[in-house]
Write a protein that binds this ligand. Structure first.
Ligand code: HEC
Ligand code: HEC
Length: 341
């Protein structure tokens, strides 16, 4: 029965299409000519206990917009020289980062400051406008001359004029869906699993004054979305001036955006310049005495930090074990985020 039904449905439509085409013009009818703009709203699921994501009313998430954004993310057609795509630096297996100082794309739909120094601010749509117009200098005429993209842009936005704003909007829609909230830690918070004794030990250090990580890397995003000088350097030059480059305020020298610690096991080397190769080196840095400077964060100039946290080897290993509970393999293996080509 089913086969007969499809046969009856498809064949006449195809024949009518062909005839109509012959009457008007010799050009074959393209997918775009017959496309209907009827986008499907995407149902965004916020993970347990996450803050609300602020969406842009001008750019509601749709299945078609996200599909287009994902294609653009993985295609170097977006590049002026057509040599790079977002995915050439932001790799899914590394939580959308890559060894170096490349920032991961994890839960950045919740951010309003972007880049290590917060040089781009506003909505994710604004950040994507910057990426498309300033960083990639996207040439929309490449996209316009590509019949497939013409079709997918129409399905997403309902117009046949492709603009750089639409490129930015589609990318923002896809990146908003790159949400990581299903790590062992999340399952523990939802009371689905328990942590090992060592992970629990690390959890307690992380959330107490003993290691004092939670003030800046707080739940559930593991970033306070703010800028701090953690005492990595005492002399500030062009390379490490951080937020000062954006604000011109001397009190911002050496301050960088607090990075999320989600999937931290996968995003090394660490810090804005990738100076630490391992989590062991990071913990050794936080454990060591901090040198006082004018812009050092008040938390880092607490007596405990100035003389050093004095964590035992077991405590340091426990912190690392806890950090590894933030790895979310359902994020790095989610086929909805993978290369669509
Ligand atoms: C050549 C490598 C490279 C490519 C290609 C690339 N990026 Fe990045 N991306 C980086 C680096 C490096 C940083 C951190 C730069 C900084 O802060 O100075 C970054 C940071 C970002 C951030 C800020 C993240 C945050 O948490 O603040 C966003 C957003 C971003 N990239 C989006 C994109 C998009 C979208 C594309 C494709 C259109 C793209 N990137 C292509 C290297 C790259
Ligand atoms: C005063 C705020 C603050 C405190 C307290 C703090 N951090 Fe950070 N953390 C930051 C900032 C800011 C950065 C980025 C610094 C940079 O690159 O210059 C960072 C970077 C990191 C990184 C590297 C992330 C990456 O993607 O490269 C790790 C790992 C980390 N912190 C773990 C911890 C742990 C563990 C603790 C507790 C022992 C801690 N932090 C305490 C603010 C803080």
């Amino acid at each position: 029965m089913k086969k007969v039904f499809y046969f009856l449905l498809i064949v006449p439509v195809f024949m009518v299409g062909n005839n109509a085409c012959k009457k008007k013009t010799d050009k074959p009818i393209t997918k775009l000519d017959t496309a209907v703009y009827n986008p499907t709203a995407y149902h965004f699921v916020n993970p347990y206990d996450f803050p609300y994501m602020q969406f842009s009313s001008a750019n509601p998430l749709t299945i078609e917009g996200i599909r287009l954004g994902r294609m653009l993310y993985y295609d170097n057609i977006i590049d002026k020289d057509q040599s790079r795509s977002c995915s050439s630096c932001h790799l899914q297996e590394n939580a959308f980062s890559k060894p170096g100082n490349i920032m991961p794309h994890i839960n950045i739909g919740y951010s309003s400051y972007f880049l290590w120094n917060g040089g781009v601010s506003g909505t994710l749509e604004d950040a994507m406008k910057f990426e498309v117009e300033e960083f990639f200098e996207t040439n929309v005429s490449y996209l316009i001359s590509n019949a497939d993209f013409q079709y997918y842009f129409f399905k997403a936005f309902g117009t046949k004029q492709i603009t750089s704003q639409q490129v930015a909007y589609a990318l923002a829609q896809f990146i908003r869906t790159l949400v990581s909230g299903n790590s062992k830690f999340d399952k523990f918070m939802r009371e689905e699993v328990s942590l090992t004794q060592q992970e629990m030990n690390g959890f307690n250090l992380f959330y107490s004054e003993a290691a004092d990580c939670f003030h800046c890397h707080g739940v559930m995003l593991f970033t306070d979305q703010n800028f701090h000088n953690t005492g990595l350097d005492t002399v500030f030059t062009y390379e490490n001036e951080g937020r000062y480059a954006v604000t011109g305020n001397p009190m911002d020298k050496g301050k960088f955006k607090t990075p999320t610690l989600r999937n931290i096991e996968l995003t090394g080397p660490y810090m804005h310049d990738g100076r630490f190769n391992s989590l062991e080196e990071v913990i050794d840095f936080y454990n060591a005495p901090t040198v006082m400077t004018a812009t050092l964060d008040p938390i880092m100039s607490k007596p405990g930090h100035l003389i050093g946290l004095n964590l035992s080897d077991y405590q340091k290993q426990s912190l690392i074990a806890f950090l590894k509970t933030l790895t979310d393999t359902s994020f790095t293996s989610n086929t909805d985020f993978a290369n669509p080509f």
